[in-house]
Design a protein around this ligand. Structure first.
Ligand SMILES: NC(=O)c1ccc[n+]([C@@H]2O[C@H](COP(=O)([O-])OP(=O)(O)OC[C@H]3O[C@@H](n4cnc5c(N)ncnc54)[C@H](OP(=O)(O)O)[C@@H]3O)[C@@H](O)[C@H]2O)c1
Length: 249
């Protein structure tokens, strides 16, 4: 068990990639705190995972992030792994069509959220030479039509990852990111519904990936677990594509 005696905090842990990550971490021995806003979904998710707890909060709020780290330390006395997975997207908008509120919400969730949670988790991570994995996106590595705010926020998250990796390397804290292609979660199903014809949208999304399909949440979670594990002990500042080959083109 790769994560025996380790403690992890996963933002966005109640659904999708964050939930799959929490499940796999727990299966490999970790005690996991799932952080998200919706209390009902979050509690249900935590109850389905042995040794997990739900931490209610919003990554955009400093006090919520501080409280979540405190709750983890009160409960388990340590924090080894932070996975910043909470994220949102507004699609089908050029910059002209993006409202200032949508831009701010995107950056506050996808970038400031990771900044805040990292800021308050770092003292605990330092104490056990822990590590951070940020969930970015392949669209942080290349341009992406129709979601400029999202793509810009993921590029910012990738460079936050690299810069934090440099700042904290000598403390033994590693900071990495995964850059998923399309993943079978609520986020992508919403995109297909917005497209109109769900089956056609699914086929189009699948064809976009050289591997000819989209990822399962577990496939992305496995990459997150690898980066969070001792097997990745010499990897820091990396932005690992988990994208079925999209960015290879
Ligand atoms: N699905 C994809 O195709 C894909 C591809 C590349 C990258 N990603 C990235 O992967 C991450 C997870 O995506 P997903 O597809 O698993 O999304 P999802 O199914 O929509 O789940 C999002 C999770 O984030 C939480 N969340 C959202 N805003 C939050 C906030 N302000 N504070 C705390 N928690 C918040 C949600 O819970 P509440 O709503 O209850 O707060 C939920 O647990 C995101 O960062 C996303 O950008 C996804």
């Amino acid at each position: 068990m790769r994560f025996e005696n380790r403690v992890a905090l996963v933002t966005g842990g109640s659904r999708g990639i964050g939930l799959a990550t929490s499940r796999l971490l727990a299966r490999e021995g970790a005690r996991v705190g799932l952080f998200a806003r919706n209390v009902e979904t979050g509690r249900r998710a935590a109850e389905s995972i042995p040794g997990a707890i739900f931490l209610a909060g919003d990554v955009r709020r400093a006090e919520d992030c501080r409280r979540a780290v405190r709750q983890i330390l009160e409960r388990w006395g340590r924090l080894d792994i932070l996975v910043n997975c909470a994220g949102i997207i507004y699609r089908n908008r050029t910059v002209e069509e993006t409202s200032e509120e949508e831009w701010d919400a995107t950056f506050e969730t996808n970038v400031k959220g990771a900044f805040l949670m990292s800021k308050y988790a770092l003292p605990a991570l330092r104490a056990c030479r822990g590590n951070i994995v940020n969930v970015a996106s392949y669209v942080g590595l290349v341009g992406f039509a129709g979601a400029s705010a999202y793509a810009a926020s993921k590029a910012a998250l990738i460079n936050l990852t690299r810069s934090m990796a440099l700042d904290h390397a000598r403390e033994g804290i590693r900071v990495n990111a995964v850059c998923p292609g399309s993943v079978d979660t609520d986020m992508i199903h919403t995109a297909w519904e917005q497209f109109g014809d769900v089956e056609r949208a699914r086929r189009l999304w699948e064809e976009k990936h050289p591997l000819g399909r989209i990822a399962t949440p577990e496939e992305v979670a496995q990459a997150i677990l690898f980066l969070a594990s001792d097997e990745a002990s010499f990897i820091t500042g990396a932005a690992l594509p988990v994208d079925g080959g999209i960015t290879a083109a």
